[in-house]
Design a protein. Structure first.
Length: 284
């Protein structure tokens, strides 16, 4: 099943049509795309019998499917090839940071540049659908509501400023968390642990990888995170990015105003985010 948000209301998405969840369920489920995560298993069970054909759907109508998560986690250096391009060593534990929820935007949201050192990071995004506390790795997928496409946009100067890295701040400017276009339940994939993903700047492909290259796959991430803090329904996990980021190219390449950043994950869809100059953009 595929869920999206149109005009701030939760919809069940078909191939070219959709149904408003609250109307189709006669009020059983809320139109609020945040509130429904508290009843996610019941919502999915209900949606299995529904044909989403209430109205024609244009992809440009879709917005961020998870607009108000309570927690947003990011994972760094989590693809083998990405670690190698950075000249690093395969880590023994995941590098965890947070992206502040105010940075999230939708599948067509603008990316305002605060500087000339802003980079792309295409990612598979996991959304929690069932409270996870001290979950065993083998049970990780049971706690996933769905998967989406994300971009962990990163301002590299602030991220690496000072004696200690500032990952959370460098990755949390407004518009630095494009997400969407829909949330797809894991049962829709033949193998949710092996999905193609990537991104392009204008028409030039910059990243192209598979989630089978993850060092810490989705079930292990859920196990490790939930061993420390509860993962709440609706929480978001950016799971890491494959090789091909701009900072490790020779010479480095960064986003510029006027470009379009397109990102995709197999079986989910794509983001198309226009890049614009932010109010403090410096062209040096």
């Amino acid at each position: 099943m595929r869920f999206g948000v149109v005009e701030q209301r939760l919809v069940l998405v078909g191939e070219n049509s959709a149904s408003d969840v609250e109307r189709a369920s006669d009020g059983r489920f809320s139109a609020d795309p945040t509130a429904v995560f508290e009843e996610w298993p019941k919502l999915v069970e209900w949606a299995e019998s529904i044909e989403p054909d209430e109205f024609a759907l244009d992809a440009n109508q879709l917005r961020n499917p998870v607009p108000r998560p309570r927690q947003v986690f990011g994972v760094g250096t989590n693809y083998r090839r990405h670690v190698l391009e950075a000249g690093g060593k395969i880590p023994d534990a995941p590098l965890i940071f947070t992206k502040f929820p105010s940075c999230l935007t939708g599948p067509q949201g603008q990316i305002p540049l605060p500087s000339a050192k802003v980079d792309w990071e295409a990612e598979l995004v996991v959304v929690i659908g069932l409270l996870a506390e001290r979950v065993e790795e083998k049970d990780g997928w049971r706690h996933v509501a769905g998967l989406s496409v994300g971009q962990d946009i990163s301002e590299r100067v602030l991220q690496l400023t000072g004696p200690y890295a500032q990952f959370s701040l460098g990755k949390s400017f407004p518009g630095f968390g494009p997400l969407g276009p829909v949330l797809v339940t894991p049962d829709e994939f033949d193998d949710p642990d092996d999905l193609e993903l990537g991104c392009a700047v204008d028409e030039q492909v910059m990243q192209h990888g598979r989630t089978s290259d993850l060092i810490f796959a989705v079930p292990e991430l859920i196990a490790r995170l939930s061993a420390v803090c509860p993962l709440l329904p609706g929480d978001v996990i950016f799971t890491g990015t494959p090789e091909g980021v701009g900072a490790f190219r020779s010479p480095p390449v960064f986003l510029r105003p006027g470009q379009t950043l397109t990102s995709w994950v197999q079986g989910i869809g794509e983001l198309r985010n226009p890049v614009v100059a932010g109010p403090d953009y410096w062209k040096g």
